[in-house]
Design a protein. Sequence first.
Length: 398
Amino acid sequence: MAYDFDVIVAGCGPAGAMAAKAAAQAGCSVAAFDKRKELGAPVRCGEGIGLHWMDELGSKLRDKAISAEISGSVLVSPDWKNKVTIRNAETKGVVVDRKVFDKDLAMDAGRAGAQIFAHSEVVGVLKDGNMVAGVKAFVDGKPQEFRAKAVIAADGGESTIARLAGLNTVSTLYDTDFGVEYEMVNVECEDLIEVYFSVADAPRGYVWIFPKGKDVANVGVGIGGMQSPNAKHYLDRWIKAHPERLGKAQTVAIKGGLIPVGAPMTEGAVGEGIIVAGTAAHQVDPIHGGGICLAMEAGKLAGEVAAKNALAGTTDRAHLLEYARIYEKGPALKLLKRLRMRKVLEKLSDDDLNAIFSHLDDKDIDNLLKSNFAAVVGKMGGLLMSRPGLVKTISALA
Ligand SMILES: Cc1cc2nc3c(=O)[nH]c(=O)nc-3n(C[C@H](O)[C@H](O)[C@H](O)COP(=O)(O)OP(=O)(O)OC[C@H]3O[C@@H](n4cnc5c(N)ncnc54)[C@H](O)[C@@H]3O)c2cc1C
């Protein structure tokens, strides 16, 4: 069989760029296709990431990719009476500029030897029998076929490539969040991410203010897919209701998108000759919807497994399942724990949330967010005695 590349990556966001780099570093010939003219743009993201990830992923952030440094987060109760500030090594982060950040990741892949095809949409998959054997992509406006031993689908929430290959990557409406965000100026910012919980203001989600500079911020809302009206309605209403915080703010950009917040895919993300990585495989934090670094982590793993098997001539599903086996022992375990927590959080009323905020201190809330449930459940005795209705909900965490 003649192949144009060992590995083809469809979609060159954080997952795809990391996959392309890892496969090229492993010695494969790699092509990465992205439909965008300019990688990273338009931005559809709050752009917040934890700094610890960069070391873990062996990735370096260029100063130019950083819009603002973050020392921690402020979590605000629905009634605004309680604010919890968490600052520790794990909350150190940055708000990146994804127009720079994504392009930097693609440049790293290019430097490692991957061939990058920007403005080249993948519109089909090639098959040899039941084996995925490449892609059909529009390059320079013309449809062309590119054969490869393995394909990595990293095309984000739309996840059309995996579906073209016959994998079911649909995220149900219940397990999908919708996010809308304005980039705003005249927003006074500290080096803290602000998170506002309120079922009334953001059902199954939260409102966020992520600083992008001294007076610039991403202001957004994420809500569950079954909610109506739409996320923009909730965001506009929240901004209008809080003139003390955003009265002078002006919108300079509108962004939005969907976020799969159900269980991350593992075995289901692997087919004959194909691996799915990143948001396309629902590898997103189910509570806050963050997925940039999770996508990078999964993409790197997908690139390594695809490369190893492409070089050995073993890109059948049985061999590529190594990706799922590694993923389910590590990242998926954490995400499934977070999913359990999300399912508890979404049952709480604003009244419950206000009571929890007033009973727990900063450390407890931090524990809760790190899924250290046992430590927190013990501390909640008094609260649970006064709110028997909460017992059943919270006991799901023990
Ligand atoms: C409103 C909102 C706010 C968010 N805020 C945060 C946040 O603050 N922090 C965080 O960590 N995460 C956040 N996320 C999630 C984060 O954006 C994603 O988890 C992350 O981008 C996933 O990376 P990815 O590489 O899997 O997919 P993407 O970043 O979506 O990249 C997919 C790439 O594939 C390309 N592509 C798609 N189809 C094709 C095709 N057919 N052919 C070729 N190329 C194709 C796209 O152009 C794109 O470049 C947010 C998401 C939303 C919607």
